[in-house]
Design a binder for this molecule. Structure first.
Ligand SMILES: [Zn+2]
Length: 359
């Protein structure tokens, strides 16, 4: 059996697994006693209770349940959505569900980002309240480890955590010696806290619609390396820095980047970064800051340096494409096609920035 046939067989098995998981949930929905389920399946009680919670969520997320029934969505991805929507009321959960027709095309990380965005959208006030409450639960923990080591973990606001993490990495990159990467990160971390107070040099990019910025709507913003953030957080970040305007067309895609300086290559680069925000390979969420801007059709083979031919690739995907094992095309309509060595094709497009205007 060739690699392609094995891959197809694997996909079939995966689909069967998803519909079997759906059957399991249907039964869990009918059984009243979680202790009975735990004994029956030889699973811990906690897992049995979770199965029942997942089963109950199928009523709130009917479209996703149907995808699972048809073998197109596995339980892990269903769980991602269930968890993120558990604080919504049934009507709000159904509104999120109604917009997830394409869920089967996303991996769990992409789904997490998309659902977080939709939750902010259908329940902006709730998202803000939950965030404020969650911030109250921030903490720093110390845990001793073997060999004279300890683990210091900080549970904090995602945007600030990202800023700290980016700053650690920027500082660590400036060190040119034979310490390991992790050692450099740890040293600059300690340095920042206990040493000299060096100025902060990282910048946080937020993408937010003008109407949200003006307080007219409460659409979530998007922070590179973090994902969707509720409207208030987006406004706060925008208020902190110098910001540039991005005009969007009627479906929420950018059509131009305003900027005082107008050296075209720079503007074009920024336009592409604002439009795509993450690596353009399917399933990859590496922030555009850590990517290089790539010509879909190589410059040497006649590809033009223009918006429709440019997009970001992280090192891994750039390498896969450059060595020619994976092929990539970018259509005039913005559809990006990633073709694997076994001949599978995956289509993606950049995600809209603003919510499309209602028809
Ligand atoms: Zn990538």
């Amino acid at each position: 059996m060739g690699q392609r046939e094995i891959a197809e067989r694997m996909l079939e098995a995966w689909k069967r697994l998803a519909s079997v998981e759906f059957d399991l949930l249907c039964c869990a929905a009918e059984l009243d006693d979680p202790h009975e389920i735990a004994l029956l399946l030889r699973i811990p009680l906690g897992r049995a209770k979770k199965l029942q919670e997942q089963a109950a969520a199928m009523g709130r997320l009917p479209q996703l349940a149907a995808l699972m029934r048809d073998g197109l969505l596995d339980l892990d991805r269903f769980e991602v959505v269930r968890k993120l929507t558990e604080n919504l009321d049934s009507e709000q959960a159904r509104r999120v569900d109604a917009q997830l027709a394409g869920a089967a095309e996303s991996n769990s990380k992409e789904l997490k980002v998309e659902v977080a965005r939709l939750v902010c959208l259908v329940d902006p006030l709730g998202a803000e309240i939950r965030h404020v409450r969650a911030v109250k639960r921030s903490e720093v923990r110390y845990r001793s480890m073997p060999d004279g080591m300890a683990e210091l973990t900080a549970h904090l606001d995602a945007v600030r955590a990202r800023q700290v993490f980016d700053q650690i990495n920027v500082d660590a990159e400036s060190l040119d010696d034979d310490r390991s990467w992790g050692e450099k990160q740890a040293d600059v971390f300690v340095d920042r806290l206990l040493g000299s107070g060096r100025p902060v040099t990282v910048r946080t990019d937020v993408t937010v619609s003008a109407t949200t910025l003006l307080g007219l709507t409460s659409e979530p913003g998007y922070v590179a390396g973090v994902g969707p953030v509720e409207a208030n957080t987006a406004r706060e970040i925008a208020a902190q820095g110098d910001w540039r305007k991005v005009l969007t067309d009627e479906v929420g895609m950018p059509i131009g980047v305003g900027r005082k300086r107008c050296r075209p290559p720079r503007v074009l680069r920024e336009f592409v970064m604002v439009r795509d925000r993450v690596c353009q390979a399917p399933g990859c969420l590496r922030p555009v800051k850590e990517c290089q801007i790539d010509h879909a059709r190589g410059f040497a083979s006649g590809g033009e340096t223009e918006e429709r031919n440019l997009g970001p690739f992280c090192d891994v995907h750039h390498c896969l494409k450059t060595i020619g094992r994976y092929r990539f095309t970018r259509g005039a309509d913005g559809v990006r096609r990633w073709i694997t060595p076994l001949g599978f094709e995956y289509e993606t497009r950049a995600k809209a920035i603003a919510e499309p205007d209602p028809p």
